[in-house]
Design a protein around this ligand. Structure first.
Ligand code: C5P
Length: 298
C-alpha cells in the first residue's frame, strides 16, 4: 500500500435492547447482563499508517467540547496497541463525530474498537480476535462488544461478549435530549438489586427474528436512576408512548432514547412529530445493522 493511502471506515453506535444490573462489585463496577445491537448512526474515521507519532484531528458534532486528543479513546487504543505490540509504526487519524456524547450510544467505545481493528491490519500485526478483545476490555467495558458481529449478549462489566443473531434493517429513531447523562452518576443512583431479569426473552425474540416481540420485551434497569437525575427520561417516555412504535426505552446510561418501528415510512412520520413536539431534541432516523468493519462511502 502506498504511504499516502487513507483507509476510511464507519464506526457505528449501539443501543441496549436489554440492560439488567445484577449487583455492585468490589472493583466499583456493576455486574451486568445486556443485549446490545449496532445501529447505522456512525462516526467516520480515516486512518493512515505512518512512521512516527499517533496524531489526530477531530471534527463534527460537539467536537469543541471533546477532551484533548491524547485523552481520546482512539489515541489511547492506538497507543496501547503500539506499546503492547512493540511496533515502531505511527498513525494519522481524522475522526468525524456524528454520534452524540454522554448519550448511551457507545460512540467513544466504538471508535476505540475500530482503531484497534484497523491498526491491527495497517500495522501488519495479525493479532487474533481474542487478543484484541483483551486489549479492548482494558480500554472500556463496552469496547469488546464493538469487535463482535453487531448484536451480542454481554456480561461481567459488559466485556464478556457472546454474539447472537441480529435483526438488521429494523427502523430506529434516536432522540437526543439537550442534556447528556454521566454514566458513573447513573450507576451510583441504583438502589437495591432484588428481582433481577435475565434477558432471555430478548434473546429469544432475536433468535425468532421477531421485531414485534422484541419491541414488547425491551428493558433497561438504568431508566429509574436516570429519571432522578434529569427530567428528560420521563418526558421521552411520555412522548414515545404516543407514537405507533414497536417499543421504546433509554439506551445504556442515557440520555438518548430510542424507538423501534415496523417500517421506515412510519419512523419518518414519527420523526417529524417528535421534532414538532420537542424542538430542543435532536432526532435521527437509522436502523439496526450488523457490526464489523464497513468502509465509508462518500
Ligand atoms: O468501563 P467504562 O470506562 O466505560 O465505565 C465508565 C464508568 O461507568 C465506570 O467508571 C463506572 O462508574 C460505570 N460502570 C459501572 N459498571 C459497569 C460499566 C460501567 O459501574 N459495568
Amino acid at each position: 500500500m502506498p504511504a499516502e493511502a487513507w483507509t476510511t471506515v464507519l464506526s457505528p453506535a449501539k443501543i441496549n435492547l436489554f440492560l439488567e444490573v445484577l449487583g455492585k462489585r468490589d472493583d466499583g463496577y456493576h455486574e451486568l447482563v445486556t443485549v446490545m445491537a449496532c445501529i447505522s448512526l456512525a462516526d467516520r474515521i480515516a486512518f493512515r499508517a505512518v512512521t512516527g507519532e499517533i496524531t489526530g484531528e477531530v471534527t463534527g458534532l460537539a467536537s469543541d467540547s471533546l477532551p484533548p486528543w491524547k485523552q481520546n479513546l482512539v489515541f489511547r487504543a492506538l497507543e496501547l496497541l503500539r506499546s503492547e505490540s512493540g511496533t515502531q509504526m505511527g498513525m494519522q487519524v481524522r475522526l468525524e463525530k456524528r454520534i452524540p456524547q454522554q448519550a448511551g450510544l457507545g460512540g467513544g467505545s466504538s471508535n476505540a474498537a475500530t482503531a484497534l481493528r484497523v491498526a491491527n491490519r495497517l500495522w501488519g500485526l495479525h493479532w487474533s480476535a481474542d487478543r484484541l478483545a483483551e486489549l479492548a476490555a482494558r480500554l472500556g467495558s463496552d469496547v469488546p462488544f464493538f469487535l463482535s458481529s453487531g448484536t451480542a449478549i454481554c456480561r461481567g462489566r459488559g466485556e464478556r461478549v457472546r454474539s447472537i443473531p441480529g435483526l438488521p434493517g429494523v427502523p430506529v429513531l434516536i432522540a437526543q435530549p439537550p442534556e447528556g447523562l454521566s454514566t458513573p452518576l447513573v450507576f451510583a443512583g441504583l438502589d437495591g438489586f432484588a428481582l433481577r431479569r435475565s434477558g432471555q426473552e430478548t434473546e429469544a425474540a432475536l433468535q425468532r427474528r421477531d421485531p414485534l416481540a422484541l419491541g414488547t420485551v425491551l428493558f433497561n434497569r438504568l431508566e429509574q436512576p436516570a429519571s432522578r437525575l434529569s427530567v428528560w427520561p420521563d418526558r421521552m417516555r411520555n412522548e414515545f408512548d404516543r407514537l405507533p412504535c414497536l417499543g421504546h426505552q433509554m439506551s445504556g446510561s442515557g440520555s438518548c432514547w430510542f424507538g423501534l418501528f415496523s417500517n421506515h415510512l412510519v419512523a419518518r412520520r414519527c420523526q417529524r412529530l417528535l421534532e414538532q413536539r420537542l424542538p430542543e431534541v435532536r432526532v435521527s432516523h437509522c436502523q439496526l445493522m450488523d457490526g464489523g468493519e464497513s468502509l465509508a462511502g462518500d
